[in-house]
Design a protein around this ligand. Structure first.
Ligand code: GDP
Length: 296
């Protein structure tokens, strides 16, 4: 189950309302206090929680809800709708260029799951009939190129690399020419990560960006890091401009804070979620389905 603690607490808070017939404003307020605590305990950004509760509460004490025959159902529906809206309302897809190849640049901190996710994305689009090319631009971590090659072999997707002596900009440039020659309609560039955000990393990513002009810059963040994932998203977005986020490790014991805060804080959508270490453990992110999963 996803976000187990949060899910249990929300269901318990809203479940209490179901046992009552008509609701008073106090009933709604009490329930919202519990919802608020559950969200804060799940490490959702404080301001996001505050705005969320305010909106839900305003809608719930409206006449339509209070005077309806099933007020609790109404409240649950409103919480569901506002959770969905918090996560961006509708699924946000990858922009496929009308003039191939579509270029996706993968960025993120070391260990977030960037290389694995590059492979997963390649596999996802291969299944849809695309001819992806994976590009090894992480020239600093010795094992990174090998890791991408192993992933490529498993998926039967070609991997472009020039070893670790060339600059990432040159590699990316050469990879694009290679893709055009070899009829690859999707280029996924695995860039270098660092343990922390620093200027050298951002400068390098900016150079790759201005050279290859990617259609999408996807930031990979680890959901287990909670609000840190949100801060990392903000920093990358400010420095580089991202188009979306892939949130990894949602199969682990993660609390939900990142999933529920990133969109509101950065205004950038979560496009995919990583649900495990295997190469097909990647799902497109649907805010409405996630909200329903959380509310059970
Ligand atoms: P990178 O340094 O950002 O390129 O990270 P890697 O792709 O090497 O991934 C770091 C670790 O996280 C590896 O052990 C991956 O198997 C693991 N990983 C990546 N995505 C997921 C995920 O969605 N779920 C789980 N459980 N593990 C993941």
């Amino acid at each position: 189950m996803i976000f187990e603690g949060l899910s249990d607490k929300l269901q318990s808070a809203l479940g209490k309302l179901k046992s009552k017939g008509k609701l008073t404003e106090k009933d709604v307020k009490d329930a919202m206090r519990e919802v608020k605590l559950a969200l804060l305990e799940a490490d959702v950004n404080f301001k996001v929680v505050k705005d969320f509760i305010k909106k839900v509460q305003e809608r719930c004490v409206g006449q339509e809800v209070m005077e309806s025959l099933t007020p609790a159902q109404h409240v649950i529906k409103i919480v569901n709708e506002e959770l969905t809206s918090l996560m961006g309302d509708v699924q946000s897809k990858i922009m496929i260029s009308s003039k191939p190849p579509t270029v996706i640049m993968m960025v993120g901190l070391q260990g977030a799951g960037k290389t694995t996710t590059s492979g997963k994305l390649g596999g996802y689009f291969k299944k849809q009939g695309k001819r992806p090319l994976l590009v090894a631009c992480d020239v600093y971590r010795p094992a990174a190129i090998k890791q991408l090659q192993v992933v490529g072999e498993k998926l039967d997707i070609p991997v472009f690399n020039m070893g670790d002596k060339e600059s990432p900009v040159n590699i990316a440039k050469a990879a694009l020419s290679h893709a055009i020659k070899n009829n690859n309609d999707l280029v996924i560039i695995d860039t270098a990560g660092r343990l922390h955000i620093d200027e050298t990393l951002m400068d390098e990513l900016k150079s790759v960006k201005s050279e290859v002009k990617p259609h999408e810059i996807l930031l990979v963040v680890d959901s287990m890091t909670g609000q840190d994932a949100v801060n990392v998203s903000e920093s990358f977005n400010e420095a580089l401009g991202i188009d979306g986020v892939v949130l990894t490790k949602l199969d682990g014991d993660t609390r939900g804070g990142a999933a529920l805060s990133i969109r509101s804080v950065t205004k950038k959508p979560i496009k995919f979620i990583g649900m495990g270490e295997k190469l097909d453990d990647l799902e497109p992110f649907h805010p409405d389905r996630m909200a329903s999963r959380i509310l059970g």
